[in-house]
Design a protein around this ligand. Structure first.
Ligand SMILES: [Zn+2]
Length: 527
């Protein structure tokens, strides 16, 4: 009984906060709270057998302590998607989370109470009477829970319609543990998937076939960059001094497909729209990378951000996560300039039409200050903690804006390299972020909110386009025309088809209505 009370009291601040907000009246909340306690008691009392009780209690206490650190500190909901992220995460990224704060939290809220449980002397009854007694007690407690919920059912349903599932997802340890079970089941189910071929008829269109020199697109996939912090999009601080000088087009009203890398990256390269997307569907079909490769492009995916989520399974892949560059790599991760040397080399030797994807580290939290060099950073003082909630709000914003300014310089350097090799290939740069980020607004940090109720900070993403004069001449892309579209509303739904259009690919899967630039090229060159 003490374990049940302890779990609910010490490991569920976020859950109680959400429950309090979810219920319109005090009595309904109180009935729900007591019913929740009764259900927890039913489990801890119901399983109070020799050899079962203590391992179960210790497991519950430790998993609750670990989960509550993230939910209560960052507002991170540990759902199945987040779990997948953690599994896809290499050790360098995971290491960022094992901070002194985390270890202290685990010591106080996990280890000490666990030791107390192990130390307690329990006299167990023989199995048969214990079984009868426990089942009876659990049944009585569940009956109490039902009786409490029953008269308030209308209220519970109303709370359900608001955000009941998200609320239950924060209940520790049941939320994270069920997420772990579902993630494991999905991983087992996915093991033998054969991906459906997409765009079997894909081929290069007339203008790109006619080009005598290679055409190259560098697609930069951003990380946790939110559109509203780009001065190109009207932000009050100068976060884009470099790109502003280069005549890029910045689309201001672009909405992401999800609020996490795992969803957004899969979604935008899947050819599915947000309305039709599911991870299962995306995992069962080839991505844009495969279609481009089939059309005859040399396609590579270079990754500095925990993987392509299956998008690059069929093309050349290179990870930059664990490089040993002493200037750019620190604490197991590297800053995005790590790409530039190889990009320079690749462009210098380019002999075919190519698509190069750079999956950025970008603005990945919580340790924003690790994303840029100490010597860089126009905004000071910047939060230098793994735990942004411990810093003053303006220092968190300074660190975050520094990551945007660093990405600004990085993108400008990518463009600079395309220009440097302009005599060899005609190039364009396309940048889009996977999702935005919360910086403490409304008590939320980082990202991963349920899409339907996610704040705009997490779903408004930058989308930036640059094209060399050689590329513009070849493709007939009218930058003036494209410049007239910057205020229109777009989304990740547009990424796939805009890129097919930009590379002049003709295929039956191409949808002209979703190609942002379709109206800004001569009709004859549109696929
Ligand atoms: Zn992401």
């Amino acid at each position: 009984m003490a374990v049940a009370v302890y779990l609910l009291a010490a490991g569920n601040l976020t859950f109680w906060h959400k429950a309090w907000e979810g219920f319109a009246t005090g009595p309904a909340f109180a009935a729900f709270a007591v019913a929740t306690l009764a259900i927890f008691l039913a489990v801890t009392v119901g399983f109070a057998f020799r050899y079962v009780a203590k391992p179960l209690y210790v497991f519950a206490i430790l998993s609750t302590a670990a989960a509550s650190y993230f939910t209560d500190t960052f507002g991170t909901i540990i759902n199945a998607n987040m779990m997948e992220n953690v599994l896809a995460t290499d050790s360098g990224e995971a290491g960022e989370f094992f901070t002194v704060g985390f270890l202290v939290h685990m010591l106080v809220f996990g280890l000490l109470p666990s030791l107390l449980v192990l130390w307690a002397k329990v006299r167990h009854r023989p199995l048969r009477p214990a079984l009868g007694g426990n089942v009876l007690a659990a049944a009585a407690l569940l009956a109490v829970a039902t009786l409490l919920i029953w008269p308030n059912y209308a209220e519970v349903r109303a709370a359900m319609r608001r955000d009941f599932n998200a609320m239950l997802g924060t209940l520790n340890p049941s939320g994270p543990v069920s997420a772990a079970v579902r993630t494991a089941a999905a991983a087992i189910a996915r093991r033998n998937i054969v991906r459906e071929a997409v765009g079997l008829d894909a081929r290069k269109g007339a203008w790109i076939r006619a080009s005598r020199r290679p055409v190259v697109a560098v697609i930069v996939v951003g990380e946790s960059a939110r559109g509203m912090n780009f001065s190109l999009n009207g932000y009050g601080r100068d976060t884009n001094p470099e790109l502003a000088r280069l005549g890029v087009l910045s689309f201001r009203d672009v909405t992401s497909c999800g609020t996490e890398t795992n969803i957004s990256v899969r979604c935008m390269f899947s050819g599915l729209t947000r309305a039709t997307f599911s991870r299962e569907k995306a995992d069962r079909r080839e991505s844009l990378m495969d279609v481009l490769q089939r059309a005859g492009f040399d396609v590579v995916w270079w990754d500095n951000d925990g993987g392509s989520k299956g998008v690059a399974d069929g093309v050349g892949y290179r990870s930059y996560m664990m490089r040993n560059d002493p200037d750019l790599c620190l604490a197991g991760t590297c800053q995005d300039d790590i790409f530039l040397g190889d990009l320079d080399e690749k462009l210098a030797g380019i002999g075919r039409d190519s698509v190069i994807v750079l999956h950025q580290r970008g603005s990945h939290g919580p340790a924003y200050y690790l994303r840029y060099p100490d010597t860089f950073g126009p905004f000071r003082p910047d939060c230098r903690s793994y735990s942004p909630a411990d810093c003053p709000a303006e220092e968190v914003l300074n660190a975050y804006d520094n990551t945007i300014a660093y990405s600004d310089r990085f993108l400008a350097r990518v463009i600079g390299l395309i220009e440097k090799h302009a005599a060899r290939a005609d190039g364009a740069m396309f940048y889009v972020s996977d999702h935005g980020e919360s910086l403490g607004e409304g008590g939320l940090y980082m990202h991963g909110a349920r899409f339907e109720s996610a704040p705009r900070t997490q779903t408004n993403v930058p989308l930036i386009l640059w094209a060399s004069s050689g590329y513009r001449t070849l493709s007939g892309l009218d930058m003036g025309c494209a410049g007239g579209l910057l205020e229109r509303a777009y989304s990740h739904d547009n990424v796939y088809h805009t890129l097919l259009g930009m590379m002049g690919v003709e295929t039956s899967v191409y949808r002209r209505d979703l190609d942002i630039l379709a109206g800004c090229r001569p009709v004859s060159s549109a696929s």
